[in-house]
Design a protein around this ligand. Structure first.
Ligand SMILES: *[C@@H]1O[C@H](CO)[C@@H](O)[C@H](O)[C@H]1NC(C)=O
Ligand SMILES: *[C@@H]1O[C@H](CO)[C@@H](O)[C@H](O)[C@H]1NC(C)=O
Ligand SMILES: *[C@@H]1O[C@H](CO)[C@@H](O)[C@H](O)[C@H]1NC(C)=O
Ligand SMILES: *[C@@H]1O[C@H](CO)[C@@H](O)[C@H](O)[C@H]1NC(C)=O
Ligand SMILES: *[C@@H]1O[C@H](CO)[C@@H](O)[C@H](O)[C@H]1NC(C)=O
Ligand SMILES: *[C@@H]1O[C@H](CO)[C@@H](O)[C@H](O)[C@H]1NC(C)=O
Ligand SMILES: *[C@@H]1O[C@H](CO)[C@@H](O)[C@H](O)[C@H]1NC(C)=O
Length: 328
């Protein structure tokens, strides 16, 4: 984006803001929107790997006897780890899941939450000639399947028993997972906050595999489970740093109104740089492009709850951390 464009945008934001109405009672972080149900994904979105290939077709979780004792495992494995210049430092990107095993039947299970169409597609949209608004393949969902692949988790990651629950508690959790899965439908890569310090304001929370794991731990604790780990429980966070965000509007508001054509063009231009449908290495390249662009322009268009926000970016702009989130 050229300087000229940035100025235009600034002007535009000043003109638009009073129209949209900045609400002084705006709640931060912006609550992640829950839906009444999960729509079918658009057929344009194609998964590189099928989602949840060994899970039950209808996402059913087996019912266990009340008298059963179910062990709970913390599962974590690196997605990738490498150096990419000095720009973003060493990535420490982990995937998190939860394991269960039944003492009565010996059966064990893995439960995880992830992108239907891979991470790149949840982070950057497609610009399609037939659709003026950027097109997102950003659904994420829970997958529950039989078996725990011990070596996959333990070799370079973590496989640790962190507690036990009763059959009853497990069945209650299963019901909660179904509800959570049908109301929380999209993946959000970014956590946006005002600065890296401990008192920062969080503008937006991510919604990803580790957030699902935290929600489940909280639910299990609420149901009466006691969870504990011998080691530090660290998780990957992908941060953006910005001043107070400005609400811009949803697809029809921005891309359906000639009056907002400049904003619409600017959002398209912003996302034009990034390639959504690539491998992890390309995803990293896109992150670096995003970083460069954000540092240059100090501007980011965040898509959250299927609506756009403008982020006035500030140093250190973007960070990937691997930090402790204690068990509840
Ligand atoms: C992202 O979506 C595009 C369009 O549907 C698809 O071609 C591509 O395979 C997806 N990316 C991955 C990594 O699956
Ligand atoms: C969650 O929703 C996805 C997408 O509809 C589905 O494939 C999956 O089986 C569901 N998972 C659970 C545990 O209900
Ligand atoms: C899960 O079950 C498989 C097959 O019985 C077994 O090899 C594995 O050790 C079990 N893992 C855990 C964590 O219970
Ligand atoms: C663990 O890391 C080693 C060395 O990086 C690698 O060769 C191996 O494939 C990894 N194992 C798993 C299960 O990812
Ligand atoms: C954060 O806030 C607490 C309580 O208001 C204060 O004691 C502390 O000094 C603040 N820390 C920083 C780094 O600003
Ligand atoms: C988009 O926002 C407008 C208000 O700006 C609202 O009337 C409309 O229902 C929204 N559309 C969707 C699909 O949420
Ligand atoms: C885990 O997080 C803590 C605090 O957030 C940090 O000090 C520590 O270095 C992290 N551990 C690793 C292995 O990165």
């Amino acid at each position: 984006m050229s300087l000229c464009f940035s100025l235009l945008l600034l002007l535009l934001l000043h003109v638009v803001a009073p129209l949209v109405g900045t609400d002084a009672r705006q709640q931060w972080p912006v609550p992640y929107r829950r839906f009444d149900g999960r729509p079918d994904a658009d057929s344009y979105c194609e998964a590189l790997f099928p989602f949840c290939p060994t899970g039950d077709e209808d996402g059913r979780i087996p019912y266990v006897r009340d008298s059963d004792v179910i062990s709970v495992y913390r599962l974590q494995t690196p997605v990738w780890e490498f150096k990419y210049g000095d720009l973003l430092g060493k990535f420490h990107i982990m995937h998190d899941a939860i394991g269960f095993s039944s003492s009565e039947t010996g059966a064990n299970f893995t439960m995880e939450w992830y992108e239907l169409f891979q991470l790149g597609n949840c982070t950057f949209p497609h610009l399609r000639p037939e659709s003026y608004a950027p097109f997102w393949c950003n659904q994420g969902a829970a997958c529950f399947f039989e078996g725990i692949d011990d070596s996959h988790w333990s070799q370079n990651g973590t496989l640790e028993k962190i507690g036990e629950v009763t059959g009853n508690q497990f069945n209650d959790m299963a019901q909660w997972v179904q509800d959570d899965n049908s109301t929380g439908i999209y993946y959000e890569t970014w956590t946006v906050r005002s600065d890296p310090g401990p008192n920062a304001t969080v503008w937006f929370e991510s919604y990803d595999c580790s957030q699902f794991v935290h929600r489940t731990y909280r639910k299990l604790t609420e149901l009466g489970a006691k969870l504990s780990s011998r080691s530090q429980t660290n998780y990957t966070k992908i941060y953006l740093y910005s001043g107070e965000p400005t609400y811009l509007g949803n697809d029809s508001a921005i891309f359906g109104q000639p009056a907002l054509k400049n904003l619409a063009e600017d959002i398209r231009k912003f996302y034009h740089t990034f390639r959504p449908h690539q491998s992890f290495v390309d995803f990293t390249a896109s992150l670096l492009e995003a970083y460069t662009q954000v540092v240059l322009d100090k501007s980011f268009y965040l898509y959250y709850n299927f609506e756009y926000w403008h982020l006035p970016m500030k140093s250190p702009y973007m960070q990937i951390t691997y930090e402790e989130v204690p068990l509840p």
